[in-house]
Design a protein around this ligand. Structure first.
Ligand SMILES: C[S@@+](CC[C@H](N)C(=O)[O-])C[C@H]1O[C@@H](n2cnc3c(N)ncnc32)[C@H](O)[C@@H]1O
Length: 319
C-alpha cells in the first residue's frame, strides 16, 4: 500500500493501514468468489507491456506485435474472465475490449473542465476497472487512489495495471464511507455514478467536502431527472431496473445539496439525456443494457414509468 506515503499528515494513517490490512486478509482467502478474479489477475501479471497510451478513447495497453499469437490469445482468455466489462474501451495486445459503457464519451464531456492535476493527490471514488484513472495519467498527478469495493472491478484494475505499469495509480477495496479516514487529503476528487446510490446524499457530500484540501475541486457526475424545480425522484424499489437507487435529483436540487454541504463555485457544465449509443450490450457485456431499462412504447419513461434519466456534470470547489 504505497499510496499511504503520499498522503498528508492530516490523514488517519494508522486507521487506513488497519482497514487496508483487514480487507487484504479478507480478500486473500482462497474462496471461490475471490479466486474467480484473483486467478486471471495473477495470470495477466506475466505480460508487462512496452507500449501504453492513455491519451485516446481506447486505452491501449500493449501492441499486438509485442506478443506471439498464442500469448495474445492467452491474455484474451484471462480478460474474458472479467466479463461483464462495464467500463472502457481498452485495446490490450490487439484485443479490442468493447465495454458496455462508451466511457470515453463521459471523459470527453468533462476534459475541458478538469483542474490542474499535475503533482496533485487525486481520488476516484467508485473507480470500477480504472478506465478514468488511466485517462488521468497524461495529466501527471502525483497519485490517483481508486476507491472500489467490488472484488471483480478491483482485480480487473489490478490485472490491467500489472500490464500497464502506471506507478502513480493505486486501488484499494474502500468505499465512499471510508472517506472519513482521509480528512483534507485530496486536491481533486471524482465522484461519478455514485451519489444516486447513497441513501443520505448530503451526508455523503459533506464527507467529500471534509476529505478535500482547501482549494480542492470536486468533479461530480450523476444520473438526474429533467426539470427546473429543486426536487429529487425517490423510486419505490428500482429506477431503470437498478436497485439501490435512492435520490435522483434535478440540476438545481443537486446544486442545493452541494451548497448545503459547504461547496462554492458550483458549475453545472453539462446535462444530456442518456442513450443506447453510450450504454449498450456488447460481446464483452452480454446482459441487459439501456434499452431494456426503458418503457418499450415510450423511451422518455423508464420501465417503471419514471422520467428517463439525464446525466449531469458538476464542478465545485472547497474554498
Ligand atoms: C455506476 S458505477 C460508476 C463507475 C464509474 N465511477 C463511472 O462513472 O463510470 C458505480 C461504482 O461504484 C462502486 N461502488 C459500489 N459501492 C460503493 C461504495 N460504497 N463506495 C464507492 N464505490 C462503490 C461500484 O462497484 C461501481 O464500480
Amino acid at each position: 500500500m504505497t499510496y499511504i506515503d503520499h498522503l498528508p499528515a492530516s490523514a488517519k494513517h494508522d486507521e487506513i493501514i488497519k482497514t487496508h490490512k483487514q480487507l487484504q486478509t479478507w480478500v486473500n482467502q482462497n474462496k471461490k468468489g475471490f479466486l474467480r478474479y484473483r486467478t486471471p489477475f495473477e495470470a495477466l501479471r506475466k505480460f508487462p507491456a512496452q507500449h501504453v497510451d492513455c491519451n485516446n478513447d481506447w486505452v491501449q495497453i500493449g501492441k499486438g506485435d509485442e506478443l506471439e499469437e498464442a500469448a495474445q490469445q492467452e491474455v484474451k482468455s484471462h480478460l474474458r474472465k472479467f466479463i461483464p466489462w462495464r467500463k472502457g474501451p481498452f485495446s490490450i495486445y490487439g484485443t479490442r475490449v468493447d465495454s458496455e459503457w462508451q466511457s470515453h464519451r463521459k471523459w470527453q464531456r468533462l476534459a475541458d473542465y478538469l483542474p490542474d492535476m499535475k503533482g496533485k493527490i487525486v481520488a476516484d471514488i467508485g473507480c470500477s476497472n480504472g478506465y478514468y484513472m488511466f485517462r488521468m495519467t497524461p495529466y501527471e498527478p502525483e497519485i490517483v487512489i481508486g476507491f472500489e469495493p467490488s472484488i471483480q472491478h478491483y482485480y480487473c484494475f489490478k490485472g490491467l495495471n500489472s500490464m500497464a505499469g502506471q506507478e502513480n495509480l493505486h486501488i484499494d477495496l474502500l468505499g465512499v464511507e471510508h472517506l472519513t479516514l482521509f480528512p483534507e487529503c485530496f486536491d481533486v476528487l471524482f465522484l461519478m455514478g455514485i451519489i444516486y446510490h447513497r441513501s443520505s446524499p448530503v451526508e455523503c457530500l459533506r464527507q467529500i467536502f471534509t476529505s478535500l484540501r482547501p482549494g480542492g475541486t470536486l468533479i461530480l457526475e450523476s444520473q438526474a431527472i429533467p426539470g427546473e424545480t429543486a426536487t429529487a425522484l425517490f423510486p419505490e424499489k428500482t429506477y431503470a431496473k437498478v436497485p439501490g437507487t435512492y435520490f435522483v435529483p434535478t440540476a438545481s436540487c443537486l446544486k442545493n445539496w452541494l451548497s448545503r454541504a459547504g461547496f462554492s463555485g458550483i458549475d453545472v457544465f453539462c446535462q444530456h439525456p442518456m442513450s443506447s449509443i453510450e450504454q449498450r450490450r456488447t460481446d464483452w457485456m452480454t446482459f441487459e443494457s439501456y434499452t431494456d431499462f426503458l418503457d418499450p412504447s415510450d423511451s422518455s419513461r423508464t420501465i417503471e414509468g419514471y422520467p428517463a434519466p439525464d446525466r449531469i456534470f458538476v464542478r465545485a470547489r472547497k474554498k
